[in-house]
Design a protein around this ligand. Structure first.
Ligand SMILES: [Zn+2]
Length: 92
């Protein structure tokens, strides 16, 4: 029976992808709480307050907050290069 189970799991994995059956314990790194699938490496994000998987809406909100935080860094670097261009125009 274990051979049939292994064949079924193999075909299921090919047709439908990983089922994420083997997950680590939830842990928090850089304010993100998630489990990791030991088979495929997918991150399953959790709410640190309720310790339940995040819904799609909560996950999009979390990514939106992170993207806003990331946009601050390029804005500072581009403004610095703009000042450099303005200085070169002033010289020329
Ligand atoms: Zn998986």
């Amino acid at each position: 029976m274990s051979i049939l189970r292994a064949v079924f799991d193999f075909l299921y994995g090919i047709l439908l992808g990983c089922r994420h059956d083997r997950l680590t314990r939830p842990f928090t790194i850089e304010q993100q709480t998630y489990k990791v699938c030991l088979d495929c490496g997918k991150h399953v994000f959790y709410s640190p307050d309720t310790m339940r998987p995040l819904s799609g809406r909560e996950l999009r909100r979390m990514h939106a907050v992170q993207s806003v935080e990331l946009k601050v860094v390029p804005a500072a670097s581009t403004s610095g290069s703009l000042h450099g261009e303005n200085d070169s125009r002033a010289v020329a």
